[in-house]
Design a protein around this ligand. Structure first.
Ligand code: AMP
Length: 107
């Protein structure tokens, strides 16, 4: 299990690792994926550390869904159509074990 001390996204939250931050509030941070798979590829993360989708309580997901809508509104027309991807577990391609929603748009 990855601990908060060696979690790269926790380091981004604390400002200890560099990232291209798009938006943040008290609960959520949104930054650009370093290896984008779409013209717009953002990662929406809770500031609190949760290992994966299954480990996070429903209220955390509710906060992230609200953040999806905020991001969508901030991006405007270029993200009118978008995709959310969540990889839960290594077998599904999860590489970073701090819950995150991928937000991707192609326009
Ligand atoms: P996943 O495979 O769902 O765990 O997604 C992890 C994502 O995090 C990948 O798309 C990586 O490109 C991205 N990533 C890893 N490290 C960083 C970082 N330091 N800053 C921004 N994105 C990152």
């Amino acid at each position: 299990m990855i601990t908060m001390e060696d979690c790269i996204f926790c380091k981004i939250v604390k400002g200890e690792a560099k990232s291209d931050i798009f938006y943040q509030d008290d609960k959520v941070i949104v930054f650009k994926d370093i290896n984008p798979k779409a013209p717009t590829h953002l990662l929406i993360c809770p500031k609190e550390h949760h290992h994966d989708f299954m480990a996070a309580p429903p209220e955390v997901h509710a906060t992230l869904i609200e953040a999806v809508k905020t991001v969508r509104e901030k991006l405007g027309d270029k993200a009118k159509d978008f995709q959310i991807q969540i990889n839960n577990g290594r077998g599904a391609g999860q590489l970073v074990f701090h819950l995150h929603y991928h937000f991707m748009a192609w326009k």
